[in-house]
Ligand binder design. Structure first.
Ligand SMILES: Nc1ncnc2c1ncn2[C@@H]1O[C@H](COP(=O)(O)OP(=O)(O)O)[C@@H](O)[C@H]1O
Ligand SMILES: [Mg+2]
Length: 334
């Protein structure tokens, strides 16, 4: 997909867990939204650095869309405070914030009988975009839709409608872009095109706040992720969350069972525990795989074992997510 969007100069991405206030594109403190008795989200606090791709994960009803709508000034929070693109989130600042951010909502909400270009033109008017023809052209080229400009939106595939909605969100050249489940319902090829677009936008300096159900997507794209389930459960770079929650495990396969695995494994540096699994492999819980793997290899060779493989078992972001979501279900049931 051709990407030719001209936007502001690229800013560095923030990969660490800490975001300095001066670098924050979003700063959220104790934010709560209730609809009557129903809590959409509660006491949510986090920062997003400029130029970051920040993933916002959580099950249906977790409060993701309500958070996006609050930070995009579409609904008012019940309590708490936030700074959005450097501007305090208050009713009087709504317009200023809306000039700096854009939201791509869960459903594209396009006029299906109008062409792609006509749709963008309507919204450019609504957003009072300067030089709309130029912005529309740039946005269309950015999402690779320049050659479909005259097609009715109703005739486009779901993927291309999503791209049109993304082009609409880019019309105002936002500093901060909220994408609410942008790949929901897309086939893998269309989702990959949207991923490429997101990466390109980040490369050009746009901060991306991405809600998604696709955990592999979050893992590939996001510098940091937060898991929300009405309250914020955890936050950090995906690999750090994995390391924080799961011990490292080495999977050791040998041709024949060891005659005395206990003495072989127990004395090794960095090996904290071991067990044999149903397939006859040995699972070693280790504190430092770089120390444990070579030491284990040497010990097995010394014990006369035929080593088939020693590999590190990888936990995914999905494992982290399920720890939180499953635990929550149990809490709700109890
Ligand atoms: N306009 C609304 N009026 C009443 N309840 C709402 C409204 N919008 C969302 N909710 C409720 O807030 C909760 C969070 O919804 P939402 O933010 O859409 O979650 P998510 O996007 O994570 O699926 C849900 O219980 C939902 O029913
Ligand atoms: Mg939602």
């Amino acid at each position: 997909m051709a990407l030719e969007l001209e936007m502001s100069l690229a800013k560095p991405a923030t990969a660490s867990n800490e975001v300095r206030p001066a670098d924050a594109a979003l700063s959220v403190h104790g934010l709560t939204k209730r609809f009557g008795e129903r809590v959409a989200y509660e006491d949510v606090s986090f920062d997003v650095g400029c130029g970051e791709i920040f993933g916002f994960l959580g099950p249906n009803g977790a409060g993701k869309t309500s958070t996006v709508r609050t930070l995009g000034t579409l609904i008012a929070p019940t309590s708490g405070s936030a700074t959005v693109a450097g501007v305090p989130l208050t009713p009087e600042n709504g317009e200023t914030i809306r000039h700096r951010v854009a939201i791509m909502p869960e459903t594209p909400g396009l006029y299906l009988r109008l062409s792609v270009e006509e749709n963008l033109s309507c919204f450019a008017d609504l957003y009072e975009v300067d030089d709309p023809a130029d912005r529309i052209e740039h946005a269309l080229r950015a999402v690779g839709l320049a050659d479909r400009a005259k097609d009715a939106c109703g005739s486009l595939s779901k993927g291309l409608r999503q791209c049109t909605a993304l082009a609409r969100a880019l019309l105002s050249d936002p500093e901060l872009l909220f994408l609410d489940e942008p790949t929901s319902g897309l086939d893998p090829a269309a989702a990959r095109d949207v991923h490429d677009l997101i990466r390109e936008l980040r490369r050009r300096g746009t901060t991306i706040f991405l809600t998604t159900h696709r955990l592999a997507e979050a893992e590939q794209l996001c510098d940091r992720v937060a898991i929300l389930n009405r309250t914020l459960r955890t936050i950090g770079p995906p690999e750090e969350l994995r390391d924080r929650m799961f011990a490292h495990t080495l999977v050791v396969r040998v041709r024949r069972p060891l005659s005395s695995p206990g003495p072989t494994f127990s004395s090794l540096p960095s090996v904290d525990a071991w067990q044999e699994d149903a397939c006859g492999s040995y699972l070693l819980t280790v504190s430092d795989p770089d120390v444990a793997a070579p030491a284990t290899t040497r010990a097995l060779v010394a014990a006369g074992a035929d080593v088939m493989s020693i590999s590190e078992s990888q936990h995914s972001l999905e494992d982290v997510y399920l720890e939180f979501v499953d635990t929550d279900k149990e809490v709700e049931r109890s």
